[in-house]
Design a protein around this ligand. Sequence first.
Ligand code: BES
Ligand code: MN
Ligand code: ZN
Length: 495
Amino acid sequence: MTYPTFNVSLPARGRTLHTEFVTSVPADPGAALVPVAKGEGLEVPVTALGAGGLLEALESMGATGKAGEITRVLLDGRVVIAFGLGDSDEIDDEAVRRATGSLARALSGVPRATITTEFGVGPVVEGLLLGGYSYAGLKNPGEDDAETPDSTTRITVVGDEGNRADYDRAVAAAESTLLARDLVNTPANFLYPESYAEIISQVAGQCGVQVEVFDEDYLEKNGFGGILAVGRGSARPPRLVHLTWHPAGAATSVALVGKGITFDTGGISLKPASKMEEMISDMGGSAAMVGALSAAARLNLNVRVEAWLPLAENMPSGSATRPGDVITHYGGITSEVLNTDAEGRLVLADAIARASEDHPDYLLEAATLTGAQLVALGNRTAAVMGSEELRDLVAGIGRSVGEPAWAMPLLEEQEEEMTSPVADIRNVHNARTGGMLYAGLYLSRFVADGTQWVHLDVAGPAWNSAGTYGYTPKRATGAPVRTLVATLERIAAGL
Ligand code: BES
Ligand code: MN
Ligand code: ZN
């Protein structure tokens, strides 16, 4: 498949370079992409090229091998583009992903290049595809086009037959991350509950996943009071999307739940104007689930996976939910809405309650849930809460795939702050501190006993408002798709 992998009705897609896998160096290899590192001095791999004076040529250009460094030399009439991996004794998968991510951005205008890899095909391919991504939205073609690589850059990855499965796996993981980025990057005038549900249906149809879309009448008849309460202020009614990947013979079941607020103004508890536009990313949790589920299907993972994605636009209006309103979640738990900007937990509670009805073995949920996540862990590290064993496993998986994650507790003492005089629970707690943990605790009320579950708060990691680094672009990052894909693989393999 060639990116963009799925044919969906988005107004614009991102672009990235094109990769292909072969088992012998092609006759027209184009530029040679060569990893270099920093040891005592510059270190270059011992290859046919290395033997022919490459070290001297690169040194003469001032190459040191430091991470992210790109050096071009002409050697025996051939263009060599060296990319720095950093200290030679600290090279791991993430160093390779980051270095090849920087490399991808340096390849604009290079039509053809070949890379032979000693570092495992997976990290190289992920780094190239993810790092080469750029999103120009509806910008008209202009002069700065040449600054980004695109599908006219063709990179041949050379490996042996044993690397082919790694290559395919990396392409699936990367492309589903790019899909999530495209969804998150799309402005909210194009991506709203109805259009988003349609786009998800298109993706499902193209990867053998079943889809059901529930509209506002269905939600009303079936008691999804949280999704309705959040969606009622918008002229664009809410939806609940249900996806099913059910390979024959799968014994283990996983439910995925992702926050799908297509835009979060805060509602009547209106947010300040500054940076409000970034709230197009408030559907990032659901986009990650769409990406992860499509990857599971492409990789034919032997696990039953169902996703429940509550989609709503949180707007203030004459029909919006007011502070003080009491709502009834799916399953009957009532909640006093004290702040309409704490809307994520309201839509998620319904979806978690519905998913829990089927008693899945595992429930993985992701959401851009709280500003408090950014305060606690910054904008790159996700918070992971939930069942202790699974929580620690998923946090470790996140770190190993280059989506930093850290375990956080659910605190018993915060239970007292859940009480409301007029409902079973309240949607915001009474204290200034621990807001991220309280949000997790709220969700925990809706998970069935015996289900191993995790909640990932990706408020920071899903959106990069700072500069590009490694293979992470500005705006949508696609986090935590690769954590979810790797977790599903572990579950399919019996953990
Ligand atoms: N979508 C926001 C959380 C968010 C903030 C995501 C910044 C990404 C970047 C969420 O719906 C929200 O508004 N949370 C409130 C909760 C509060 C009212 C208890 C918050 O964190 O301020
Ligand atoms: Mn909010
Ligand atoms: Zn929100």
